[in-house]
Design a protein around this ligand. Structure first.
Ligand code: GYE
Length: 325
């Protein structure tokens, strides 16, 4: 049997190791001040107008910001995105800019970069805040308030429908922060309105054709639907196609509201097929450059660099067509 005093000593040593491990956690890795940086941008997919605009915004700012940019495309796979971050770590980039496809699967990638001493700036989507934290594990999250976007879409719908609607909800990518939060914000407003009911809610993965297919099957199951809320414009455009195929007038028989502010959505609003869209800006290049420069100077960066979003409906879609992408 082990001597009790010995096991106490072992315990004390283990506790001390724990404390020193905690003390060694000095937060997100620092960024040196240099005239040029090797920066990795690990895009999640590049197959829709929003993603293409985001990638372009990063590429356009790169030269101005002294970035030698390495861009990868995970093709819609969180596993591939983790591998892409891995290869950026192996290439010893100075900074990783990451839009995590889903909230949880990308956390190991963030932690691995931290361990390698490479700072990570999350853009457009966040990771699960219960597991990884800005300031401690990564520099910051630069992005929109998705809960508020959902709320604004719902408030428009309450007004436009006179407080009475049978709603189909097309959700974004399962497990992604915008899908989780856009649902939270929208559903909370709807729950407070007795005349409004969400009869079906299913993921269309933020994609146009999946949105069309899901809308088609949900419209068959719920022919009395009077409104469609899509978590992004691509799915909303898909839903409009499904409505027309079902012989319904989009924007009249069934109201359509969504989020993003793409050129196709602004056009659909001017045609009366879509009622409104909340902007979700994909133009992260300039704000990411500025944030990285401030971080390199040693300024303290808030955990969330909030992006402000506009709102488009029939009153301003035409006049703001140039915002579209
Ligand atoms: O709304 C959607 C894209 O993460 C905020 O992702 C972004 C969302 C955007 O696929 O269109």
């Amino acid at each position: 049997m082990q001597h009790p005093r010995r096991s106490l000593l072992v315990l004390a040593a283990a506790a001390a190791a724990c404390v020193s491990a905690l003390a060694a956690d000095t937060g997100a890795p620092k960024l040196a001040q240099k005239s040029s940086y090797k920066v990795g941008f690990a895009q999640s997919e590049n197959n829709n107008p929003w993603r293409i605009a985001e990638t372009k915004s990063m590429q356009e700012v790169a030269a101005k910001c002294g970035w030698q940019l390495v861009v990868t495309d995970a093709g819609g796979s969180a596993a591939k995105q983790v591998a892409d971050v891995d290869s950026m770590i192996a290439q010893k980039v100075d900074l990783i800019v990451l839009p995590p496809r889903e909230e949880k699967p990308l956390i190991p990638a963030v932690m691995k970069a931290k361990k390698a001493g490479i700072p990570v700036i999350l853009v457009d989507r966040n990771v699960d805040q219960k597991v990884a934290k800005a300031g401690r594990d990564y520099v910051t999250f630069i992005g929109s308030d998705f809960v508020d976007q959902g709320r604004r879409a719902a408030e428009w719908l309450v007004k436009a429908s006179g407080g009475k609607a049978t709603i189909i909800e097309l959700e974004g990518t399962t497990g992604s922060s915008p899908a989780n939060d856009r649902k939270k914000g929208f559903d909370a407003v709807i729950a407070k309105n007795a005349g409004m009911k969400i009869v079906a809610s299913q993921s269309g993965d933020f994609a146009r054709d999946k949105g069309r297919q899901i809308a088609q099957s949900l419209l068959q199951a719920h022919p009395g639907a009077t409104a469609i809320y899509a978590h992004n414009d691509e799915m909303a455009i898909g839903a409009i196609t499904a409505l027309e195929a079902a012989g319904k007038k989009a924007g009249k028989d069934v109201l359509v509201v969504s989020i993003d502010g793409t050129k196709d959505a602004l056009t659909a609003i001017t045609q009366g097929k879509m009622g409104a869209t909340v902007q979700s800006s994909p133009f992260f290049g300039p704000v990411t450059c500025k944030t990285a420069q401030r971080y390199a100077k040693g300024e303290s960066i808030p955990p969330w660099v909030k992006v402000e979003d506009k709102f488009y409906d029939t009153s301003n879609a035409q006049a703001n067509m140039a915002d579209g992408y």
